[in-house]
Design a protein around this ligand. Structure first.
Ligand SMILES: CC(C)(COP(=O)(O)OP(=O)(O)OC[C@H]1O[C@@H](n2cnc3c(N)ncnc32)[C@H](O)[C@@H]1OP(=O)(O)O)[C@@H](O)C(=O)NCCC(=O)NCCS
Length: 145
C-alpha cells in the first residue's frame, strides 16, 4: 500500500527526498545538485509518497508559495520502477488538496515538455509560451484549486 506524507524540512525523510529528486530529475541530465539551494526550501511544503511494505520513499514534490493565493508545484518525481502506476497523479492530487486547505486558489508550474500530458491528466492547462531554461524546454501550466 502507498501513503502520502508531509515531509519536514531537514528531517531524514527530507534527505531521502533530496536524493530521489537528484536521481530522477538532475542526474539523467548531467546536472549537479546545489546544496546552497536547500535553505530556500525551508518554508516550502514537502510531500512524499511511501511504499508501506518497506517504508521506502518512492515519490516526492514540493510546493513553493508565490503569494497568498498562488503556490508553485516543483520537482515532481517518481522512482523509476514505480512510474506509470498512478503515484505521480495521486501525489499531485494530494498536493492540490493540501494547498487548497491552506487557502491557495491556484497552483502553477513549469512542466518539462515531456511531462505536459501527465500534468494535463492531473487537471492542469497550458498557459503562456514555451520557454527554455538550462537547455530544457518548459511550458507554464496552471490548475484552479
Ligand atoms: C512525470 C512523472 C512525475 C509522472 O508520474 P507517474 O507516477 O509516472 O504518472 P502516473 O502513473 O500517475 O500517470 C498519470 C497519467 O499520466 C500519464 N503519464 C505519466 N507520465 C507521462 C508522460 N511522461 N507523458 C505522457 N503521459 C504520462 C499516465 O499514462 C497516466 O495516464 P492515465 O491516467 O490515462 O492512465 C514521473 O513519470 C517521473 O518522475 N518522471 C521523470 C521525471 C519528470 O519528468 N518529472 C516531471 C518534471 S516537470
Amino acid at each position: 500500500m502507498r501513503k502520502m506524507i508531509d515531509v519536514d524540512f531537514g528531517s531524514t525523510r527530507y534527505d531521502e527526498l533530496v536524493e530521489l529528486r537528484y536521481k530522477i530529475l538532475l542526474e539523467p541530465l548531467g546536472l549537479k545538485f546545489l546544496d546552497s539551494h536547500r535553505s530556500n526550501e525551508m518554508n516550502y511544503l514537502h510531500i512524499g509518497c511511501i511504499e508501506s511494505l518497506d517504508d521506502k520513499l518512492i515519490g516526492g514534490l514540493m510546493l513553493a508559495p508565490i503569494d497568498n493565493s498562488m503556490v508553485r508545484l516543483m520537482e515532481v518525481c517518481v522512482e523509476n520502477k514505480y512510474q506509470r502506476e498512478g503515484v505521480g497523479k495521486a501525489m499531485v492530487q494530494y498536493a492540490a488538496n493540501r494547498a487548497k486547505e491552506v487557502g491557495y486558489e491556484k497552483m502553477v508550474m513549469h512542466a518539462r515538455l515531456t511531462a505536459v500530458n501527465f500534468y494535463e491528466k492531473c487537471g492542469f492547462r497550458q498557459e503562456g509560451d514555451i520557454f527554455e531554461e538550462q537547455g530544457l524546454t518548459f511550458v507554464k501550466m496552471i490548475l484552479d484549486l
